[in-house]
Design a protein around this ligand. Structure first.
Ligand code: CO
Ligand code: ZN
Length: 342
């Protein structure tokens, strides 16, 4: 049984609590640079803002992708009294918004309020506003402008063998990629890409994969679970290991990649489960359609309450995901580009 004590969960805390909605990833990018710069040969940022950390080697180029953006909101209007109207950035559920706190880049806190509603069905985005405790429009505008973005507030808790926080999607993937980068002894050239704008349509993955032309790619992201009372039926559970993606709405994992991931997990005795996700997608969806196609897979971390302010994951699954990613990157033999009969 792998130990969880070897992981630095204080780093995960720092990653989840750092500001980084889609399109404003500069702060989280500098935190990641600080953490990884002594573990790679070359580090760069591209036009979109993707952070690319490269390790030299021989043979096939492997791309590892984890998105560093998180969901949030953008201000669309400031009214006479200093209340803000807003639009979502990424998959935000309107019915969960009332009385949530948001935080802007300059640390301003806002409370989401709502107009008087006659019935629950009237709860629409246009009936909600953000109250930043301003006394007037001028007061509000001295701190916030139209076009500014904010993230949801959600503290980090380390409780037993579980982690609870906002933005586990996908700082948990960034964390796993960072831990793998620190440990891996691979002979292959590796490109760890911390992508931007996944939550608004896998945009950073698209340009970075085009530039890197990897021979193989592995994305790391959260997935949903079916292990809470009367949940949507899904065979993924917290604590049952790293999830190997078979399908989501953005990719059907190529058979040779799926087989390679399963074989590696079994050989190294890493706990894993198979993931079929009926909604959503992730960076591998964009990466595998790059140029003439890139064989790509995903290591997923089972996570409850994804896109809420209190997402929950299991430390053993995180450890399993790090071990699986390291084992795959240290593989003696990589899968072929196309499926072969065997
Ligand atoms: Co997400
Ligand atoms: Zn994600």
């Amino acid at each position: 049984m792998a130990q969880t004590s070897s992981l630095d969960f204080m780093l995960l805390k720092r990653l989840t609590q750092t500001f980084g909605p889609s399109g404003s990833e500069d702060t989280i990018r500098s935190v990641i640079i600080q953490e990884i710069q002594s573990y790679c040969d070359e580090i760069s940022t591209d036009v979109m803002g993707n952070l690319i950390a490269r390790r030299q080697g021989k043979g096939k180029n492997i791309m590892i992708a984890a998105h560093m953006d998180e969901i949030g909101i953008m201000v669309t209007h400031i009214d006479e009294k200093g209340f803000l109207r807003f639009t979502p950035i990424g998959g935000v559920r309107v019915n969960e918004l009332p009385h949530r706190k948001v935080q802007f880049k300059n640390a301003t806190i806002g409370v989401i309020g709502m107009e008087k509603l006659d019935k629950l069905a009237d709860l629409k985005l246009e009936r909600l506003f953000i109250d930043i405790a301003a006394n007037s429009k001028e007061d509000a505008e001295s701190r916030i402008r139209v076009g500014d973005t904010a993230v949801f507030v959600g503290e980090f808790h380390d409780q037993g063998d579980k982690i609870i926080s906002k933005a586990l999607d996908d700082r948990i993937g960034c964390f796993i990629a960072i831990e793998a980068l620190k440990r891996v002894k691979s002979t292959f050239p590796l490109s760890f890409v911390f992508t931007v704008q996944e939550e608004v349509g896998l945009r950073g993955a698209q340009t970075s994969a085009y530039a890197l032309e990897p021979d193989l790619a592995i994305a790391v992201d959260v997935t949903l679970t079916g292990d809470t009372p009367k949940a949507h039926r899904m065979d993924v559970k917290l604590g049952s290991g790293a999830a190997i993606k078979v399908l989501d709405r953005s990719i059907i994992t190529p058979p040779q990649i799926k087989r390679w991931m399963i074989k590696t997990a079994e050989e190294k005795e890493i706990k894993y489960q198979l993931e079929v996700l009926e909604s959503g997608g992730t960076d591998s969806g964009a990466i595998h359609l790059t140029k003439s196609g890139v064989p790509a897979g995903v290591i997923s971390i089972p996570t409850r309450y994804v896109h809420s302010t209190a997402e929950m994951a299991d430390k053993h699954d995180i450890e399993a995901a790090v071990n699986l990613l390291v084992a795959l990157l240290e593989s003696y033999e990589l899968p072929s580009r196309v499926e072969e009969n065997n």
